[in-house]
Ligand binder design. Structure first.
Ligand SMILES: Nc1ncnc2c1ncn2[C@@H]1O[C@H](COP(=O)(O)OP(=O)(O)OP(=O)(O)O)[C@@H](O)[C@H]1O
Ligand SMILES: [Mg+2]
Length: 457
């Protein structure tokens, strides 16, 4: 079904001409000759956007605009203004018009403006959907583990959840930083409000800035419409900033200001906004070291490190392995509506010996793979052995050998070996190891810098 656009003008010729252009562009125009019928048609047809003349005899465009906005404040209204009447256009924009277009205009210009209006509405709706969906699913995620560290962590989380202080969660990739962040939010007084997240490593600096703080329409090329940033959208709730070590010095300064003053401006705006957002940041790098290396601001580090949580790697909480494995197998079974499979004692022994460089995520991955590929109910050691490092590092008597070697060396060997198996395909290597492809990239980059791996990988 074509998207409906309401066209309002007291002149039949103008209605026909605008309507014709919109129709040729694939829209379904609905025409109204005055404000009253426009309001009635809006209620009946729920158009995606409205384009109206400003000067009309009975109800003028500005009055119509305000009545339309009372009916539906997200309905984008484009006003058509006479050539040279900039003032009228400015007034309309101040009163909430989405955009204006000056007569006489080209068909292309009209179609572009309408498309932008629709896109804008789409974004608003998406944001709303995002809010409701997160609201309704703010249940505490399962944080499995009964090892001493995990017990301490659980009570620490309860304490931390009660305050609004900034939390810094550190730990290797896949240790459960996000689960912990969600647990904090789910136990906090903000639990009925939104929790949003953003991966700071995934975006370029400019994009990240506008994702965080939003931008005004026209703030830069491509900024076709106003966009609210995550800080604004998460107001009253929690914002999770993943891989915080990756932000540029310029953004570090901006972030420092939000944390200090709870204020920020959208990109391209001088208007300060006050917000109440709890920030949780995660890092898999040692931020203190980043401060020493001058890549991370010390003042920002202190602002973030108000309530620190450190997640030890999985190899340091071996007691949790059986419980976690069982948890993942049960989850999978529930998802597929069948009985849960289990590891036999030899398989469990192997699991306990393996150093898990990809941490909990890697374990989850192995459980899933084993569960899918095992025909019976019991998963045996030979079934999982090929996925857990090379026999040379893990075979008989391997634990003694393991103790003498640095884990990072083992990890590097394992990664190189897997890369070779997949002919250098990083995506497949990362999936197979249960780590993110970016994490893999970062590791390789670091090792290349230290000349620990060939430059060609
Ligand atoms: N204690 C735990 N109990 C249950 N599931 C866990 C636990 N820890 C981690 N997981 C699961 O392991 C996977 C990885 O965890 P998560 O995404 O929180 O790790 P992360 O530390 O944020 O990793 P990265 O640094 O790569 O972003 C997720 O699917 C998560 O649900
Ligand atoms: Mg994470």
């Amino acid at each position: 079904m074509a998207t409906k656009i309401l066209v309002i003008d007291d002149k039949q010729m103008m209605r026909d001409s605008v309507g014709g252009t919109l129709q040729r562009a694939g829209f379904q125009p609905i025409a109204a000759g005055d404000g009253e019928s426009a309001l009635a048609l809006t209620a009946r047809h729920q158009p995606a956007a409205v384009i109206t003349d400003l000067k009309m005899p009975e109800m003028d465009g500005l009055e119509l605009l305000s009545r339309l906005r009372q009916q539906d404040d997200q309905l984008p209204v484009v006003v058509m203004t006479a050539y040279g009447s900039v003032e009228a256009a400015v007034t309309a924009m101040k009163q909430g018009a989405f955009d204006f277009i000056q007569k006489p205009f080209e068909g292309d210009e009209l179609v572009m403006t309408i498309r932008r209006a629709i896109e804008h509405r789409h974004l608003l709706k998406e944001n709303e959907a995002l809010k409701t969906s997160t609201d309704s699913t703010t249940q505490a995620p399962a944080l499995v583990g009964r090892s001493p560290v995990m017990r301490t962590l659980a009570s620490q989380i309860q304490q931390i959840a009660l305050s609004s202080g900034t939390v810094l969660i550190s730990g290797e990739s896949g240790t459960g930083k996000e689960v912990v962040a969600r647990t904090v939010h789910a136990h906090s007084p903000r639990r009925s409000r939104i929790m949003l997240s953003l991966n700071c490593a995934a975006l370029s600096s400019n994009l990240l800035e506008s994702e965080l703080f939003g931008h005004e329409k026209g703030a830069f090329t491509g900024a076709d419409s106003l966009r609210k940033g995550r800080f604004e959208l998460a107001d009253g709730g929690t914002l999770l900033l993943d891989e915080i070590s990756e932000i540029t010095p310029q953004l570090q300064a901006k972030l420092l200001r939000v944390l200090q003053e709870r204020q920020f401006e959208r990109v391209g705006s001088s208007l300060s906004m006050e917000i109440d957002v709890r920030v949780i940041a995660t890092t898999n790098r040692d931020l203190e070291k980043c401060v020493q290396d001058d890549t991370f601001r010390q003042d920002l580090f202190y602002r973030l490190n108000v309530l620190p949580i450190h997640l030890p790697p999985l190899r340091q909480r071996v007691e949790d392995l059986p419980l976690l494995a069982e948890h993942f197998l049960t989850q999978l079974a529930l998802r597929e509506g069948r009985e849960a499979k289990r590891f036999d004692p030899d398989a469990m022994k192997l699991i306990k010996q393996y150093p898990w460089p990809g941490n909990v995520r890697e374990l989850q991955n192995i459980c899933e793979r084993a569960s899918v590929l095992t025909k019976g109910q019991v998963i045996t050691a030979p079934a999982i052995e090929p996925w857990l490092g090379t026999p040379a590092t893990l075979g008989g008597g391997a634990s003694a050998q393991l103790g003498l070697r640095r884990l990072e060396d083992l990890e590097r060997e394992q990664i190189l070996h897997t890369l070779e198996q997949f002919n250098g395909n990083r995506q497949r290597t990362a999936v197979s190891l249960g780590i993110g492809v970016r994490t893999l990239g970062l590791k390789l980059k670091k090792w290349k810098e230290q000349s620990l791996v060939p430059q060609a990988v």
